[in-house]
Design a binder for this molecule. Structure first.
Ligand code: 5GP
Ligand code: ZN
Length: 117
C-alpha cells in the first residue's frame, strides 16, 4: 500500500536503520543522506520516510511530505554552503531511476551543465 514500508526497498531499509548511510539531516517525515556514488562534491539524497515509488506519487499521496522534501533540499544546500545547486527527481528507468522510493538528488559544489545528459 502507498506509504507503507516495502520489505525489499533499499531506502526503506535506510529509513529503518537496517542499512547504514551517512545521514546529514532528518525531519519528522524526511531523511537526507550522502549518495554512495557521488556525481558532484555535494551529492545528497532527500527522501520521504514513507514509501512512494516516485516524486509524483509522493505529491499525490502525501503532499505535505512532498513539500517537506523540497524544503529540505534547500536546507541541505544551505548546510553544505552551496550558492547554486540542482535538484533532480529521476522518474522511470529511461530517465535513470534505479531505486523505486521517491528521492530528490541535491547536487552542487561544481559547475553544472545545462541541458543535462
Ligand atoms: P536514481 O538512479 O534512482 O535516481 O538514484 C538512486 C541513487 O541511489 C543513485 O545515485 C545511487 O548511487 C544511490 N544509491 C544506491 N544504493 C545506495 C546505498 O546503498 N546507499 C546510498 N547512500 N546511496 C545509494
Ligand atoms: Zn521504500
Amino acid at each position: 500500500m502507498a506509504g507503507e514500508p516495502h520489505e525489499d526497498c533499499l531506502f526503506c531499509k535506510i529509513v529503518e536503520g537496517r542499512i547504514p548511510a551517512t545521514i546529514v539531516r532528518e525531519t519528522e517525515t524526511t531523511v537526507a543522506f550522502r549518495d554512495i556514488n557521488p556525481q558532484a562534491p555535494t551529492h545528497v539524497l532527500v527522501i520521504p520516510k514513507a514509501h512512494y515509488q516516485d516524486a509524483a506519487a509522493l505529491a499525490a499521496g502525501a503532499p505535505e511530505t512532498a513539500a517537506e522534501v523540497l524544503r529540505e533540499t534547500r536546507a541541505v544546500a544551505e548546510q553544505e554552503r552551496l550558492d547554486s545547486y540542482r535538484t533532480i527527481f529521476n522518474t522511470g528507468a529511461g530517465a535513470g531511476q534505479t531505486v523505486w522510493h521517491a528521492h530528490a538528488h541535491v547536487l552542487g559544489g561544481r559547475g553544472l551543465e545545462w541541458p543535462p545528459g
